[in-house]
Design a protein around this ligand. Structure first.
Ligand SMILES: [Zn+2]
Length: 125
């Protein structure tokens, strides 16, 4: 008779699945980063004043709103990389601040979380 077995689909008990998730996220971020580089307006680019300049600005603003900033992307990449390293050394799913286990629900929603909700919210304050 098995005792209370932890659910098999808990992410931190399936390192292969978590690794796949994290690597997929990494390549997605890399793609975002390169599209960001392309989308960045070059200084000194000639704006075609004869045409409808307003459209051009609106288009650029729209692009900005849709994509993350380079800084945000970099932070996310760092986090995903850190999670991958933790996975390797076997500390994945443990809060790096307080050392407690990060709740599985949080890891499910945010597989690259390196802190529990408590520590994360304390840091933002
Ligand atoms: Zn914590």
């Amino acid at each position: 008779m098995p005792e209370t077995t932890p659910s098999a689909d808990a992410p931190n008990r399936e390192p292969k699945r978590v690794e796949a998730l994290l690597r997929a996220k990494l390549s997605q971020l890399a793609a975002e980063e390169s599209s960001l580089a392309v989308a960045a307006p070059e200084p000194g680019t000639q704006v075609q004043y004869g045409k409808r300049a307003g459209d051009h600005v609106a288009e650029a603003a729209d692009r900005m709103a849709r994509s993350r900033t380079a800084g945000e992307l970099e932070k996310l990449v760092d986090q995903v990389m850190a999670a991958l390293t933790k996975l390797e050394v076997g500390t994945y799913g443990i809060c790096e601040q307080c050392g407690r286990a990060i709740p599985e629900g949080r890891l499910e929603a945010l597989p690259w979380a390196t802190r529990c909700v408590d520590c994360q919210s304390k840091q933002r304050r």
